[in-house]
Design a protein around this ligand. Structure first.
Ligand code: BES
Ligand code: MN
Ligand code: ZN
Length: 485
């Protein structure tokens, strides 16, 4: 996908396809009204009206794309409209199309340009890697006709493209099957990312994990022939702006282990490394955008399998922190690997730790597929994430984390147990994680409900992994840049 910005007006450009975005309550230009039967093109959000101007206007096709009421247009309206446009252009098999907004932009050119690029890039995405008959036709080139706003839009469109490509990178990783995307594969991917973008990357393999005492990751991974990895990616240096640690759950396949899951939909558990994918994607974006921050990406990668060497219910595991965990259910494995990753993050004395994990079915029960669950120990950080969620439409909803939820995770015979009973399961999981972050500002994002979709609810999603977390985290980090500047 290529996105460009030009200064001309949409209706003056000769092209195979021009896409005019317009609001319900803003008049269309007379030359366009001429081509249309009164009342057909209402401007209802997502409504598409394809016209063939036949020489009356310079383009061969004119697609009118409704944006709804002008006052309700947000960045996400633009993202979705841009996605619909690129999908229609793909259907029509045009190599290049031009797109523009009719009337007065209800958003700043910067917000508009970024949303346009994100929607175009994400909307064109399909996971086709394993399709033998995949079409090799390149996705069409989108040219934003931004009139006098072109200068402002050009920079932000470039930004949007970098961010969206980081999100599709995360989608590709999460959509990748468990037999390809193993812990070692994630490690290799991180090393390549580091090589390409100048990050400092360390990948610990099993002997190193044993030597250094990563008991949580080792326990979860011990049942699999695909050995676990611990991955650290460092962008910038301490002192270059605040230090932010991002920690991702990287379970490359979650069978549940000895506490095995039912067969139905178990295949989805190839995406149980979506948190890790979001961390890798965010590191790519941060490096490409050259943000003046110190960002440390940490991934806890393991495969949770049942076997003769697997960990079992009743086992007691000593984590990197020295704290012990009584394993009551081997399917509550995400928190066990994160225990090591979160504790490790403390060594950077970070201004914030944010973890992302497809951690609990309970968060899906609570919020459905429409919001990321947020829990943490610091309201300022939580507020930043909530604001970033609104800006990116990767919405975040906070749940409480009172002491009672932490207490629910105390074990009679070890420091902690890994399940806290049936009720409040998303929060007791967070209560468990809280034991490993010390007093550092920390936020936990449970993305179990949002990391993939069966039926997309937004035009820029496609079935499978959503790449959620990347746009959210980049927005969060951008906020730290503005604060420290
Ligand atoms: N990876 C799952 C959570 C999950 C379930 C994500 C469905 C996405 C869709 C996690 O490891 C898990 O199995 N959690 C258990 C915890 C329970 C045993 C305390 C759960 O939520 O059932
Ligand atoms: Mn599990
Ligand atoms: Zn899991």
């Amino acid at each position: 996908m290529e996105c460009e910005v030009q200064s001309g007006e949409l209706l003056t450009v000769a092209s195979d396809l021009a896409v005019m975005l317009y609001a319900e309550d803003e008049a269309l230009p007379p030359s366009v009204v001429e081509l249309c039967e009164a009342g057909d093109a209402t401007g209802r959000f997502k409504q598409q009206t394809l016209l063939y101007p036949r020489g009356v206007l310079p383009m061969r096709r004119l697609l009118l794309l409704g944006m709804g009421k002008r006052s309700s247009i947000t960045a996400d309206t633009v993202r979705q409209a841009a996605a619909l446009a690129v999908q229609r252009a793909q259907e029509l098999k045009v190599a290049t199309y031009h797109i523009g907004y009719n009337g007065n932009l209800p958003l700043t050119p910067a917000v508009f340009g970024q949303a346009f690029a994100e929607g175009s890039e994400l909307g064109a995405y399909r996971y086709t890697r394993y399709k033998s008959d995949r079409e090799e036709t390149p996705t069409p080139r989108a040219i934003l006709q931004a009139g006098s706003d072109a200068e402002a839009a050009v920079v932000s469109a470039r930004r949007g493209q970098v961010i969206a490509r980081a999100a599709t990178f995360a989608r590709d990783l999460a959509n990748g099957p468990g037999n390809e995307v193993t812990p070692a594969f994630l490690g290799q991917t991180a090393l390549e990312l580091g090589e390409r973008l100048g990050l400092k990357v360390t990948v610990l393999d099993k002997p190193q994990l044993i030597e250094q005492g990563f008991g949580g990751i080792l326990a979860v991974g011990q049942g699999s022939a695909n050995e676990p990895r611990f991955i650290v990616m460092e962008y910038g240096t301490a002192g270059q702006g605040p230090t932010i640690c991002l920690v991702g759950k990287g379970i490359t396949f979650d069978t549940g282990g000895i506490s095995i899951k039912p067969a139905e939909r178990m295949d989805d558990m190839k995406m149980d490394m979506s948190g890790a994918a979001a961390v890798l994607g965010t590191m790519q974006a941060v490096a490409e955008l050259q943000l003046p921050l110190h960002v440390v990406g940490i991934v806890c990668a393991a495969e949770n399998m049942p076997s003769g060497t697997a960990y079992r219910p009743g086992d007691i595991v000593r984590t990197l922190s020295g704290k012990t965990i009584e394993v009551l259910n081997t399917d509550a494995e995400g928190r066990i690997v994160l225990a090591d990753g979160l504790f490790y993050a403390q060594r950077y004395q970070p201004a914030a730790i944010v973890d992302l994990a497809t951690l609990t079915g309970a968060i899906m029960v609570a919020l459905g597929p429409h919001a990321i669950g947020l829990m943490g120990n610091n309201q300022e950080l939580a507020n930043r994430l909530i604001a970033a969620g609104e800006a990116t439409a990767e919405r975040v909803w906070q749940l409480p984390l009172w002491d009672e939820y932490r207490d629910a995770m105390k074990s009679d015979i070890a420091d902690l147990k890994n399940t806290g009973g049936r009720y409040g399961g998303a929060i007791t999981a967070a209560g468990f994680l809280a034991a490993f972050v010390g007093d550092y500002p920390w936020a936990h994002l449970d993305i179990a409900g949002t990391a993939w979709v069966d039926k997309p609810t937004r035009a820029y999603q496609s079935r499978g992994a959503t790449g959620i977390g990347v746009r959210l985290l980049v927005e969060l980090l951008q906020g730290y840049v503005e604060k420290s500047a």
